[in-house]
Design a protein. Structure first.
Ligand code: MN
Length: 480
C-alpha cells in the first residue's frame, strides 16, 4: 500500500526550494478537491497518483511549475475545469504544462487505434515545445508502471509494451538513465515474468557473492584517492535486470558481462577523472579493449564518463565509471540535471541543449514535419529513432547516430545537404566501399565529395534508409 503523504512532498521541496512550499500545497489542495471521490483501481484515493508523480519530479529537483503541473496533470482530463481555470488560479506556464501533458481522450477519433496514434505522437512531439512535458509524462508513466499490479493482465502487457517502445527510448534520449532502467525492469517483469524472476534471483546471488570483494575494492580506491587529496565518493552498482537479459540474449555468459558489476567513482573535476583512471589502473589490471572515454566523446544523449573494466584480485570483471559530481547528475538524470545545476535558468538551458546537442531531437523534428499521418509518423519514429542504432565516426572524430541498416548515403545527408548532394565515394575503415554498404558500429567513415558531381544518383533513393536522406534526394531531383 502506498503511504506517501503531502508532508513527504513538502519536505522534499523544502530540501531544495523552500520558498515554493505554499504554491505547491495550494496545487495539491486544488487537485485533491477536484479528484474528490475518484478512486484508483488499487483502492487508493485518486490524489495518491498525482501526489506520487509530483514526488518523483521533486526527487529530480524539478522547478516549482513542473511540480505543480505534476499535481494537476490529470485534472483537465478527469474533471470539469479548463486550461483557463488553471491559468487564472496558478499561472500561464503551469496551464501550458498541464495542457501539454493531457491526453487527447476528449477529442473525436474514428477509432481507438487512431486515438492511440495521435496520443503517441503528442507524447513524442511534446518534447519539441517544452521538454518538461515529457518529463512529467515520464513521471506519470513511472508511477503507473509501479502500480500496474492492480490492472488486468491485458492492460499490464499493453502498457508494458508501450513503455518499452515509447517511454524507455524517450528517457534514454534525454539521458534520464535512472528512470529508463526502472521503466525497463518494470515492463520486463510483466512482459516475461518467468525470465524476469530467474534473472532477478541470479542477480541477487551475484550481488551477495561479490559484495565483499566490491567493498574491498571500493575502500582501496577511496583510500588511494584520499591519499592523493582527490575529493571523491564511490558507489557500487549492478546492471539492471533487463540490461542483463539483453546481454544474455546476445549470447554472452553472465560471468563475461563486463559491466555487470560496477564501481561508480565521482571526483571533483575533470582533470582528476584522468588521474583517477591512472590510479585505478595502477591497482587493478585493465581489460584494454574495454576502455571508453565518453568525456572527450560523449554519447549522443550527452552521457559523459570514463569507463574502464578491470580484473579484480579474484579475476572477476569489474567496470569502473569515473566522472565528476556534476557529470554524475547528468549521467543519472540527463537533461533534468540542469534543474540542479542551473537552478532558475534550467528551463531555457534544457531546451537549448536539447536543440543544439541531442541528435535525436533534430531527427524527431524532421519526421514531425514530414509525416502528416499519425500512424506513419509513429511508425517512422519507431523504426528510425527508437530502434537499434549504430554509431559511426567521421574523420574528425564526430560521432553520428543512425538507425541499423543505414548506409553512407544516410550519413552524408545527416551531416549536411551539401555533403549529401556532392558525395562521389566513401572510405569505410580506410577501405573504398560502395555507397550502399550497411554501416556497422564504430565504423570510421570518410565521405569523398566533389563540387562538380552530378548530384545524387538515380538509385540513391532506394539505397537510403532514413526519411531525411530520401526527402533530400527527392528535393534535389525536383529542383533539377
Ligand atoms: Mn496520470
Amino acid at each position: 500500500m502506498n503511504t506517501l503523504t503531502l508532508t513527504d512532498l513538502l519536505n522534499k521541496i523544502k530540501e531544495y526550494n523552500p520558498d515554493e512550499v505554499d504554491i505547491i500545497k495550494k496545487a495539491y489542495d486544488y487537485a485533491d478537491n477536484l479528484h474528490k471521490g475518484q478512486m484508483r483501481q488499487s483502492g487508493d484515493a485518486y490524489i495518491t497518483h498525482p501526489l506520487n508523480v509530483a514526488y518523483i519530479l521533486a526527487d529530480m529537483h524539478a522547478d516549482r511549475d513542473t511540480v505543480c503541473a505534476g499535481l494537476l496533470h490529470d485534472t483537465l482530463e478527469d474533471t470539469d475545469i479548463t486550461k483557463e481555470d488553471i491559468r487564472i488560479v496558478f499561472n500561464n506556464e503551469i496551464a501550458e504544462l498541464v495542457d501539454g501533458v493531457t491526453k487527447l481522450s476528449k477529442m473525436n477519433f474514428s477509432s481507438k487505434h487512431d486515438q492511440n496514434m495521435a496520443n503517441t505522437r503528442k507524447i513524442i512531439t511534446g518534447i519539441t515545445s517544452d521538454v518538461r512535458i515529457i518529463i512529467i509524462k515520464l513521471a506519470d508513466r513511472l508511477h503507473n508502471m509501479r502500480t500496474l499490479e492492480f490492472k488486468s493482465e491485458f492492460k499490464q502487457k499493453e502498457n508494458s509494451l508501450e513503455t518499452m517502445e515509447i517511454f524507455v527510448p524517450l528517457a534514454y534520449y534525454i539521458g534520464a538513465y535512472r528512470i529508463k532502467s526502472e521503466l525497463e525492469d518494470l515492463s520486463f517483469k510483466y512482459l516475461k515474468p518467468d525470465v524476469y524472476k530467474k534473472i532477478e534471483e541470479k542477480k541477487f546471488k551475484i550481488e551477495e557473492e561479490n559484495n565483499e570483494m566490491l567493498r574491498e575494492m571500493l575502500i582501496k580506491i577511496h583510500t588511494m584517492l584520499n591519499d592523493k587529496s582527490i575529493p571523491n565518493e564511490i558507489k557500487i552498482r549492478t546492471k539492471n535486470i533487463y540490461g542483463i537479459y539483453k546481454r544474455l540474449s546476445e549470447g554472452h555468459k553472465i560471468s563475461d558481462i563486463h559491466d555487470l558489476l560496477a564501481l561508480k567513482i565521482m571526483v571533483d573535476e575533470v582533470d582528476n577523472c584522468y588521474r583517477t583512471l591512472g590510479l585505478v589502473h595502477s591497482l587493478y589490471n585493465p581489460v584494454n579493449s574495454k576502455f571508453k572515454d565518453y568525456i572527450c566523446n560523449p554519447k549522443t544523449n550527452m552521457y559523459s564518463s570514463l569507463h574502464t573494466t578491470v580484473f579484480s584480485r579474484e579475476g572477476k570483471l569489474v567496470q569502473t565509471q569515473i566522472r565528476t559530481f556534476d557529470l554524475d547528475k547528468i549521467a543519472s538524470f540527463g537533461l533534468t540535471a540542469y534543474w540542479d545545476i542551473e537552478k532558475g535558468n534550467a528551463r531555457d538551458v534544457m531546451q537549448n541543449e536539447l536543440k543544439d546537442k541531442y541528435q535525436f531531437f533534430k531527427s524527431l523534428s524532421e519526421l514531425n514535419i514530414m509525416f502528416k499521418d499519425n500512424q506513419e509518423f509513429v511508425e517512422q519514429v519507431k523504426s528510425e529513432i527508437f530502434s537499434d542504432r549504430v554509431y559511426v565516426y567521421t574523420l574528425n572524430g564526430d560521432v553520428y547516430e543512425l538507425p541499423k541498416g543505414a548506409t553512407p548515403i544516410d550519413l552524408a545527408y545527416k551531416i549536411s545537404d551539401t555533403i549529401g548532394n556532392t558525395m562521389i565515394g566513401v572510405y569505410i575503415n580506410d577501405e573504398y566501399k560502395e555507397l550502399d554498404t550497411v554501416l556497422k558500429n564504430k565504423d570510421r567513415v570518410r565521405i569523398i565529395t566533389d563540387d562538380l558531381s552530378y548530384g545524387p544518383g538515380d538509385d540513391w533513393y532506394d539505397k537510403a534508409v532514413t526519411s531525411l536522406a530520401k526527402r533530400k534526394i527527392k528535393e534535389y531531383s525536383i529542383k533539377k
